[in-house]
Ligand binder design. Structure first.
Ligand code: ZN
Length: 527
């Protein structure tokens, strides 16, 4: 008599096999979506180029012409007007190729998208259905083979084609494989149409529009992969159940994986025993949700207990053994005890957010370059475990978007001065500014700079060298006034017409307490 552990292990292995069996299918799906994407780009390009050729106008003009959103309404109105009045001028407008063409071209693009996606969904459904038949067939016979020694003399019931096609067609949560494929296709078609309409309206280039369409196709490919994986899991468990029925197994055990990827819904069902006759997909039979990896094992009367099962340690990523009857909830508790109360939640959060976080990383890298977290692990470490570092990087990100020339040291200086209650403007790398020392005829005190220079014993060269050797520059008045800070002194310049004129200057010997503090902060970050 085999133990319950044996059945659980077997069931998990079988699930893994059927999961692995989809690898080729996933590759094929990726190729199909990639090909369709290329074909779309080619067709859209041709449609727009033809429009240009026909009308003899530039691409920009062509897009503008096609961009009048109300073209369709306008055309309908013109038609109505002409029917009512028979006005020759209206007829001429109506026949102007621009109107007709811009509508027909946009429609042509939409039709091209629809047709290509129809072709794609047809291919996907056909290849996917074949995969599902195979998964069902495999799972049924393998499950029977595993269990047969426990049921000597039980008839091996051959699987009829009917049972398989019925299983594939059965809906769960309201939809079956085919309807989900076509639903995804419709979403993709309508989103694709929106990309083109919005792109044309906003005057985007063909490359920009087709790039957005490619992003959409990537999302479509991901949805297709997730769908087939989920459906293969459904076939696997349906077929196992079917085999239990044929062999007279009355009960089954729900098995979730003991690792951080398992969700709370599946975790709560782990090791629960259900009657075969009461099994219902999405209720007590996996899949419970897309990408579910859960499985079931037959409950065989008289099976001995006392074995162990596999779990994965979220801290080390390694597999280890736990007592066979340890449920998911108990395992979770053991992990909290080992790594701290919210360790598993944290690991799960990182896992579930990994896609959004990867997208955020891409964005951060684009804006921050080498100052961005170096990889996803570092981003997640900062984001979830080191709030101070994360706050700094978010702050710098916002700063850098407003002031692209700033480095992280400029943000750090700005931020530290703010916390000291000192606000001298936006901290930036010093620009190369040549200024003049002139009387400012518009100022109340035109010779202010000269007076200051003589009071403070600074020369023209000093004034310029504070600018040229500045460690940082404070941008004030939206860039119209700049304070240059060097170790030797500071100079303020303002814009007058196209020129910069020096307003005031101060050597380090005249620095007040604030100026000292500012220089101290600057030197912390800029060498
Ligand atoms: Zn599950």
């Amino acid at each position: 008599m085999k133990s319950d552990e044996y059945w659980a292990l077997r069931a998990l292995q079988r699930e893994a096999e059927s999961h692995d069996g989809t690898a080729d299918m996933l590759k094929r799906l990726a190729v199909m979506y990639g090909d369709a994407d290329k074909e779309l780009v080619r067709m859209i390009d041709r449609i727009f180029q033809n429009f240009r050729k026909y009308t003899g106008i530039s691409e920009k003009e062509a897009r503008e012409l096609m961009s009048v959103q109300e073209t369709a309404e306008l055309l309908a109105e013109l038609r109505k007007e002409y029917e009512e009045t028979g006005d020759a001028e209206t007829l001429a407008k109506l026949n102007a190729p621009a109107y007709g063409y811009r509508i027909s071209r946009l429609q042509a693009v939409r039709r091209a998208i629809e047709a290509e996606l129809d072709k794609l969904a047809g291919q996907e459904e056909k290849a996917g259905s074949r995969q599902l038949v195979k998964a069902y067939d495999d799972s049924y016979y393998k499950t029977t083979y595993d269990a047969l020694p426990e049921f000597p003399g039980a008839p091996v019931v051959p699987l009829s084609q009917n049972v398989i096609s019925q299983a594939i067609q059965n809906p769960w949560k309201g939809e079956n494989y085919s309807s989900r494929v076509w639903k995804n296709r419709s979403v993709l078609a309508s989103e694709g149409g929106k990309v083109i309409d919005a792109g044309v309206t906003a005057g985007k280039s063909i490359q920009q529009m087709t790039a957005e369409l490619s992003d959409l196709m990537n999302i479509g490919a991901y949805a297709a992969a997730r769908l087939i994986r989920t459906e293969v899991n459904r076939m696997h468990n349906d077929a196992a159940l079917q085999s239990y029925k044929a062999m007279g197994v009355k009960e089954y055990t729900y098995i979730a994986t003991l690792d951080m990827r398992t969700c709370s819904v599946c975790g709560a069902l782990d090791l629960k025993v259900f009657e075969v006759a009461e099994a219902k997909t999405g209720v007590n039979l996996p899949p419970m949700h897309p990408n579910d990896r859960c499985t079931i094992a037959p409950k065989i009367p008289g099976a001995n207990d006392g074995g162990s099962r596999t779990a994965r340690d979220p801290g080390t990523g390694r597999n280890y053994r736990v007592p066979e009857d340890m449920t998911y909830s108990e395992w979770r508790k053991s992990i909290s005890e080992k790594y701290g109360a919210d360790s598993l939640e944290m690991a799960q959060k990182k896992y579930w957010n990994r896609k959004a976080d990867a997208a955020q990383l891409k964005d951060l890298k684009k804006v921050l370059g080498k100052d961005a977290p170096k990889d996803l692990a570092e981003l997640q470490q900062w984001k979830y475990n080191e709030p101070e570092k994360w706050k700094r990087i978010k702050g710098f990100y916002a700063y850098k978007q407003k002031y692209p020339s700033a480095g992280i040291e400029h943000y750090d200086i700005y931020h530290e001065l703010q916390t000291l209650g000192i606000s001298k403007g936006i901290v930036l790398p010093p620009e190369k500014v040549s200024s003049y020392i002139l009387e400012d005829t518009k100022a109340k005190d035109p010779a202010h700079i000269m007076k200051r220079m003589s009071e403070r014993h600074i020369t023209d060269d000093d004034v310029h060298s504070y600018v040229n050797k500045a460690l940082v520059m404070f941008d004030q008045w939206k860039g119209a006034r700049k304070l240059f800070c060097s170790s030797e002194g500071a100079t303020v310049v303002t814009k007058q017409g196209d020129d910069w004129i020096a307003k005031t200057a101060m050597s380090k010997f005249d620095f007040d307490e604030d100026a000292e503090k500012i220089l101290e902060v600057i030197r912390k970050y800029v060498k």
